[in-house]
Design a protein around this ligand. Sequence first.
Ligand code: NDP
Length: 248
Amino acid sequence: MKLTHQPRVALVTGAGRGIGKAIAEALAADGHTVLCVSKNPSSCGGVADAITAAGGKAKAYPVDVADPAAVAQACEAILKEFETVDILVNNAGITKDGLLIRMSDEDWGDVISTNLSSAFYWVKGLVRPMTRKRWGRIVNIGSVVGRIGNPGQANYAAAKAGMHGLTMSLAREFASRNITANTVAPGFITTDMTDKLTDEQKDVIKKTVPLQRFGTTNDIAALVDFLVSENAGYITGQVFSVDGGMAM
Ligand code: NDP
């Protein structure tokens, strides 16, 4: 059996780099129109241009996902132009690590608003037409850290665990409208986010991964691609780990 995709409109946050870029490219290759959101115009712009140059359909939206007014404004403009967004991938995220005792309120708040509240803002802005169309796919990008915790990442772990709570509630609220919501929880994936780690830290982490290596952005994109396909319509409210076996 082959995966089937009907051409849809998909929006991917954090599509300028790393995991989001791989997801945007995979969805464009399936024939979807991909709306690429990132903070800096050059990063989502570069990805949208590359997709278009390769024969796909894409448009860039530089939006600060932590700003509810900016997200609401973007949703309004997007719905005016495309009428509906069928596939929403909430992937944008940041880390601001530190032991809890020294973590500032600002670092707590920035990570919660960028990684968690942002998903609430996008769903709120885009879900109405999805409900009318009786078809939708929401994929939220969590983290292994949201499943097992991590010292120095209280803000990030709380946001990512919260992401799955949001996912399960969305799954229940919108199931009757044929909208699925699932969480994909990556382990350590090679991107700019993990490039911040020292080689020594990377070696320590690899020892905690049963498969003994970091994953690739395509490892995540492949699962997202399946979850938004026509074939995945009976899967909702789940969290899927792509983490080399870390969260068994
Ligand atoms: P990167 O740091 O490589 O890319 C992050 C993307 O998010 C960028 O495109 C960035 O925009 C965008 N972004 C960040 N803040 C904002 C904001 N306020 N508004 C709009 N866009 C924003 O991250 P990864 O690809 O590594 O991570 C993607 C997701 O996967 C994140 O949610 C992360 O938490 C999660 N994850 C990653 C893991 C890993 O090992 N890499 C492990 C587990 C989860 P711009 O390009 O403009 O800066």
